[in-house]
Design a protein around this ligand. Sequence first.
Ligand code: ADP
Ligand code: ADP
Length: 212
Amino acid sequence: MFRLHALRYRYGQTAELRFPDWSLQQGEQAVLRGPSGSGKSTLLSLLAGLLQPQQGDIWLAEQALAALPPAQRDAWRGRHIGFIPQRAHLLASLNVLENLQLAQYLARLPQDAAQCQRVLASLGLIELAGRRPQQLSQGQAQRVAIARALLNHPKLLLADEPSASLDDANTTAVLDLLQGAAQQAGATLLIASHDARVHARFDRQFLLEARV
Ligand code: ADP
Ligand code: ADP
């Protein structure tokens, strides 16, 4: 599904982040480990096509990302990648259903309320459809962010610290949801986390070293 090739990234004049030549097959699930500052968020952003590497490349489904012109890269991302950021970033003035419709609009997907409802229902979240973000718990907001990431039937699902600020019960529920949804969709799943509760759930583990 993806393969890293001599990938490096540098923010401004800071020290370069170097990533091992990791790869994951379609449908595999893995956790990306490493201490704070080791580059987990950066690698997810590179995989999502939100940052462009200065060196090396990422192959996604037999396509070298760097070989795509920016507009095609954006389209590719919109069609194939689901990204679950650490904070849900839901728009406070819209309810959950409207937030999902907004995501369809921003991803230039067909606007389809029925599909949003189907995704919410498939995750057991339909009763949240009419709620505003401030009426959601953190765990519920995280679930809604997962639903939003599934709208485009992604081949690659990326999640950044999905258990941050969740208690044990919510961590289990959110990870069950994420892993179950990925498995059902046949999507590849990569979760960045420094949470031992999350590490314990994955056989496949990628480890980034602390930066010196
Ligand atoms: P992690 O997710 O493992 O905590 P990050 O990918 O967030 O690691 O950060 C990796 C390194 O890059 C850190 O040293 C961090 O301070 C630095 N970094 C991240 N984002 C930026 C940025 N926007 N500008 C400058 N440095 C950054
Ligand atoms: P995490 O460790 O969970 O990735 P951080 O607190 O390191 O989160 O980073 C939060 C945000 O701040 C990210 O968007 C990251 O890109 C940015 N950031 C991190 N380090 C720096 C930095 N040294 N300079 C500018 N922005 C940074």
